[in-house]
Design a protein around this ligand. Structure first.
Ligand code: DON
Length: 304
C-alpha cells in the first residue's frame, strides 16, 4: 500500500475543514497558536515511517499526556489504582463536576480531568520528584532527551484553572485526594503542558502498539495485560463524550488533547498522530478526527 499517497489524499480531502471549529481559548496561551497548522505522522512497528505537513512542529499535547501519567501509575501500583478511579466511559464533558459529586468522588475513568487529578495525586505521593520523574519517563519512551514542559502554558492554565481547582477540591472533600490541592494541580498543569510533535508522538506511542515493550530496546514498560487495559481505556474513554463517535468512525484506541492533537494505535501494527488546533464542541480536533477516519477507511487498518 502507498501510505505516503494516502497521507497526501487525506491532507487534500480534509483541507475544507481547516477553518471549522475553535482553538481552546480557556487556556489563553493555547489561543495564541496559529490555527492553520496541520501535521500527520505514521510509524509502523516494523520500522517504516511516513509524514506530511507540520509533523515536526511541537505543540501542547494536553490530555494526550494523561496516557503517560496513567502508565506510570500502573507501573507503580498496578490494579490498586482502580480502587480510586473507575474504568467506564463518562458520557460527560472532560471537565464535568456534576458526575463526580454524584458518584462520591470516584472519577469515572483516568482520562477525564477528575480521574487524571487522582492519577496525579498518586504520582505525587509515590515519587520524590514527580515532575522530573514524569519527564524522565516520557524522554525514555520517546528516546528523546529534549522533550519538556512549556512553563508559559502551565502558568496560563493555572491562572484560569477554576474548574480544575474546583474538581481537585471536590475530590479532596470526598477523601480521594491525599496531597495538597495546590501540589497536585501544579503537577497536573505541567503534565498537560508537555510539548511534542506528531512525529515524536507516533513514534513514542508505538510502545502501546507493542504490548507495552519499547520497540528496538524491547524494554518492558507495561506487561502485556497492563498494555491491554491501557489500550482498552483509550478505546472507551480517550475522547470523553465522543469516545463512541471515534470508535465508530475511526476504530482505533486513541487519545486527544485540547491542543488539537490526536494519537491512535493499532496493536501489533502502527501508531498514527495528527495535529490541527481547531476543536469541535467536545474538545477534539475537527480536521484531526476526519483525517484519522479517512486513514482507517482508505488503509483498511482499524481494529474492527
Ligand atoms: O485540564 C484541562 O482542561 C486541559 N489541561 C486538558 C484538557 C484536554 O486536553 C481535554 N482533551 N481533549
Amino acid at each position: 500500500m502507498d501510505y505516503q499517497k494516502i497521507l497526501d489524499e487525506i491532507t487534500s480531502q480534509t483541507a475544507y475543514l481547516q477553518g471549522k471549529g475553535e482553538v481552546a481559548s480557556y487556556i489563553p496561551e493555547l489561543a495564541k497558536v496559529d490555527s492553520h497548522h496541520f501535521g500527520i505522522s505514521l510509524h509502523f512497528l516494523e520500522g517504516n515511517h511516513f509524514q506530511l505537513g507540520d509533523a515536526e512542529t511541537r505543540f501542547s499535547i494536553q490530555s494526550i499526556a494523561k496516557v503517560f501519567s496513567l502508565s506510570m501509575a500502573i507501573r507503580l501500583l498496578d490494579e490498586t489504582i482502580f480502587e480510586r478511579v473507575g474504568v467506564e466511559p463518562s458520557g460527560t464533558a472532560f471537565n464535568s463536576l456534576l458526575q463526580l459529586d454524584y458518584e462520591q468522588g470516584i472519577p469515572r475513568n483516568p482520562f477525564i480531568n477528575a480521574g487524571a487529578l487522582v492519577i496525579s495525586d498518586i504520582l505525587v505521593s509515590e515519587l520524590e520528584q514527580p515532575k522530573q520523574a514524569l519527564l524522565a519517563f516520557v524522554r525514555k519512551l520517546s528516546a528523546n532527551p529534549e522533550i519538556g514542559f512549556n512553563p508559559a502554558v502551565a502558568a496560563s492554565e493555572k491562572l484560569q484553572g477554576y474548574r480544575n481547582t474546583a474538581l481537585a477540591n471536590l475530590l479532596k472533600s470526598h477523601g480521594n485526594l491525599h496531597n495538597e490541592v495546590e501540589e497536585v494541580l501544579d503537577f497536573y498543569f505541567h503534565l498537560c503542558s508537555i510539548e511534542m510533535s506528531c512525529k515524536e508522538l507516533s513514534r513514542t506511542f508505538l510502545v502501546f502498539a507493542n504490548h507495552g515493550k519499547i520497540p528496538g530496546t524491547k524494554e518492558e514498560i507495561l506487561s502485556t495485560s497492563q498494555a491491554k487495559r491501557l489500550n482498552a481505556l483509550m478505546q472507551t474513554c480517550g475522547f470523553y463524550d465522543e469516545a463512541g463517535e471515534f470508535s465508530f468512525t475511526v476504530g482505533l484506541p486513541g487519545k486527544s488533547g485540547v491542543g488539537g492533537g490526536i494519537v491512535a494505535i493499532h496493536p501489533e501494527k502502527y501508531s498514527i498522530s495528527v495535529w490541527s488546533p481547531k476543536l469541535n464542541k467536545k474538545g477534539n480536533s475537527v480536521r484531526g478526527m476526519k483525517a484519522l477516519e479517512l486513514f482507517t477507511t482508505k488503509s483498511g487498518l482499524s481494529v474492527f
